[in-house]
Design a protein around this ligand. Structure first.
Ligand SMILES: [Zn+2]
Length: 70
């Protein structure tokens, strides 16, 4: 399976639930959205975790900056 949105060194599976640094509980689903964050790497999440990430992840901009990446 190829992923045209893939960049070297960037996650291609969901970092959910909320992308907390050091949280080992990766969702593992393919990412669909990238959420911009203030002074942090963008958070890549699947559709299920988009809502929780927007509300609970650290550094999410408001209004949120969301990119559909695939
Ligand atoms: Zn997820």
């Amino acid at each position: 399976m190829t992923d045209p949105a893939r960049d070297p060194g960037r996650a291609t599976s969901c970092q959910g639930p909320y992308g907390t640094e050091g949280d080992p509980a990766d969702c593992g689903d393919p990412v669909r959205f990238e959420v911009a964050r203030h002074r942090r790497p963008p958070l890549r999440v699947c559709p299920v975790h988009l809502g929780p990430a927007l509300l609970l992840a650290d550094g999410v901009l408001w209004p949120p900056g969301i990119s559909l990446i695939r």
